[in-house]
Design a protein around this ligand. Structure first.
Ligand SMILES: N[C@@H](CCC(=O)N[C@@H](CS)C(=O)NCC(=O)O)C(=O)O
Length: 245
């Protein structure tokens, strides 16, 4: 599947926001050119700010002539913000059914994205990156879980909701399993035990389903992600010296 127009995708392997967009592009069978920024975060070359004034990834150029990715054409559309990009990909590849036709399911897919963005994300960052009390994260995940249908993806079919949340939730599970974070060993153990319990059984099957989905498996390597994230400043434990591996 391919619209007539060129797509160049600006991304980096560590970036969960970019991973969202990659999942949608791959799910749609899109043909696209990749510009990979590599491991180091921080300021981007000047030309990139003509694509995304914030200098953040992901971004897409759409249409215009086929040019080198570091010489964007004035004729292409410059698009960014991962959720807007997911909606855009769903719009230009309607055959991929990334948003259900049924308005109720469309609303449910968007609700799952909104729940993640507005409730889970900050709790995840607080617990993992800032080493703040983890109870808020467990509560947020419990509420998130209750918005899921009894089985399968976030709505009946694989959708932009799964693309939006999987890159963060799967990384979160990996970070806790591998002991990467600003929490102590004991705190990490409590989260691991809670998430292994009956109360989070539905959340676990959801994580398993999205991780095993073909477009997620392409390009996902847990060890590579650990390599990319392990030196993150927030992961240098100040609360304890013991790491769980
Ligand atoms: N709201 C933006 C957030 C994008 C974002 O924060 N991206 C991070 C990477 S995951 C970034 O570009 N950080 C600056 C950098 O890496 O230099 C979106 O949804 O696309």
């Amino acid at each position: 599947m391919s619209p007539a127009k060129q797509i160049t995708f600006y991304t980096a392997a560590y970036s969960p926001y970019s991973h969202r967009v990659q999942l949608a592009l791959d799910e749609a069978g899109a043909q696209y050119k990749i510009h990979e920024f590599g491991k180091s975060k921080g300021s981007k070359p000047e030309w990139y700010y003509t694509i995304n004034p914030l200098g953040k990834i992901p971004s897409i150029t759409y249409g215009g002539p086929d040019v080198p990715s570091d010489q964007p054409s004035a004729e292409s559309e410059k698009l960014s913000e991962s959720i807007a990009l997911l909606e855009f990909i769903a719009d230009i590849y309607p055959e991929a059914n990334l948003l259900p036709d049924n308005p109720v399911l469309r609303a449910k897919a968007r609700r799952v994205i909104s729940l993640y963005e507005n409730y889970v994300h900050d709790a995840f960052k607080a617990a993992v990156f800032l080493g703040q009390p983890y109870e808020g994260l467990l509560q947020a995940l419990s509420k998130f879980q209750s918005a899921l249908p009894p089985t399968g993806f976030a709505v009946e079919q694989y959708s932009i909701a799964d693309c939006a949340v999987a890159p963060f939730l799967v990384r979160m599970m990996v970070f806790f399993r591998r002991g990467l974070g600003g929490y102590t060993y004991e705190e990490g153990e409590k989260v691991r035990q809670a998430l292994a319990g009956e109360e989070y059984a539905r959340f676990r099957t959801y994580i398993q389903d999205v991780t095993e989905h073909p477009s997620f498996r392409v390009g996902w390597d847990e060890d590579d992600q650990i390599e990319l994230w392990k030196d993150h400043p927030a992961f240098k434990r100040s609360k304890t010296t013991q790491a769980h591996t």
